[in-house]
Design a protein around this ligand. Structure first.
Ligand code: PBG
Length: 328
């Protein structure tokens, strides 16, 4: 007998597409995906976002049509971001009855009913002229406790307009507790709170700033987390679950797969991950140059995030990916 002939041959299970599919450990299904979408107040045509090729600021009409497509493709949900015509110091557009996000939630919910989850970003950065996620104190810092009261009112308004899921993303301390209490006090006991629990101060949100017309100068390091830390995320996640979060989110995703994995091991609620604008832009830019295979890179990105332990993935590719699965 010749030495060096292996008895154990892992390649047996990689030989054909059928055997590979049989042993695949991870799947990406439409119901595990959420499409983030932007809607611009007063827009009569969709507006392209140059740093996110293929993504637009929707009009109310194109947003409704996209929500219908998302429902038909079997996505779990659509996460709505409003782009107001005017910003001010307090982000008053967020609480205006006719504010774009409130109007959009109502329009989309009327369109999709229970066929798609309507989700809303509960944050002030799209609405403030300084671009921070909350109200500023006299010294220029973000005033935590004043801000969470605004988030609570925002979340309750979103629920009244039909949001199934509210997603506080401002990283203010205690935001989940205050939102849960306000929702319950106003009868919205069934509204789901999906907390952006572990959210890092990341360069990978760059294109999002263009997408929502953010006026931010400076950074969010005084409230979003340091990319150096992982234990801190477990603390944030635990606090949000204690305060009543139904689901927790990790954001960004690609550079934070370890955080997703640790979180999924630690909590007993579903874990979402946000495949953010800069991650989208990197793949699109490289693919446009012909440097990587776009479809394969998208599939691999989504698989990696699921493999790390995310139950749900928010991704700008959600609709395209689900439609590709249906064609296959
Ligand atoms: C806050 C919010 C941001 C994103 C989602 N919600 C911006 C920020 O925190 O700076 C970024 C999403 C992305 O980059 O795709 N409203």
């Amino acid at each position: 007998m010749t030495p060096n002939r292996p008895v154990v041959r892992p390649r047996r299970l990689r030989r054909t597409p059928v055997v590979r599919a049989m042993v695949a450990e991870t799947t990406v299904a439409p119901r595990q995906l959420v499409l983030p979408a932007f809607v611009a107040e007063g827009a009569t045509e969709p507006r392209p976002i140059s740093s996110m090729p293929g993504v637009v600021q929707h009009t109310l009409d194109t947003l409704r049509a996209t929500a219908t497509e998302a429902a038909e493709a079997g996505l779990a949900g659509i996460m709505l971001f409003g782009v107001p015509e005017r910003q001010d110091a307090t982000g008053s557009g967020a609480l205006a009855e006719d504010g774009i996000l409130n109007v959009a939630i109502e329009a989309v919910r009327a369109e999709v009913g229970e066929d798609l989850l309507v989700m809303s970003d509960v944050c002030l950065d799209e609405f403030t002229d300084h671009g921070h996620c909350g109200l500023l104190a006299a010294d220029g810092s973000v005033d935590n406790d004043a801000t969470v009261d605004v988030y609570a009112e925002m979340a309750a308004m979103h629920a009244e307009r039909g949001a199934h899921v509210v997603a506080p993303s401002g990283m203010m301390d205690g935001q989940v507790a205050v939102i849960r209490a306000e929702l319950d006090a106003r009868g919205h006991t069934d509204t789901v709170v999906m907390a952006y629990a572990a959210k890092y101060a990341s360069a990978f949100y760059g294109p999002f700033r263009e997408a929502v017309g953010s006026s931010l100068t400076g950074d969010r390091k005084a409230y979003q987390q340091d990319p150096a830390n992982v234990r801190e995320s477990l603390r944030e996640v635990r606090l949000d679950v204690e305060q009543g979060a139904d689901m927790v989110m990790v954001k960004p995703a690609m550079g934070y797969l370890d955080v997703i994995a640790e979180t999924a091991r630690t909590v007993d609620v579903p874990v979402a991950a946000y495949n953010v604008s800069g991650e989208y832009a990197m793949v699109e830019a490289a693919a446009a140059q012909g440097w990587i295979d776009r479809d394969r890179a998208i599939t691999e990105t989504l698989l990696s995030i699921r493999r790390a332990g995310a139950d749900v993935v928010l991704t700008y590719w959600a609709l395209e990916y689900a439609q590709r699965l249906h064609r296959a």
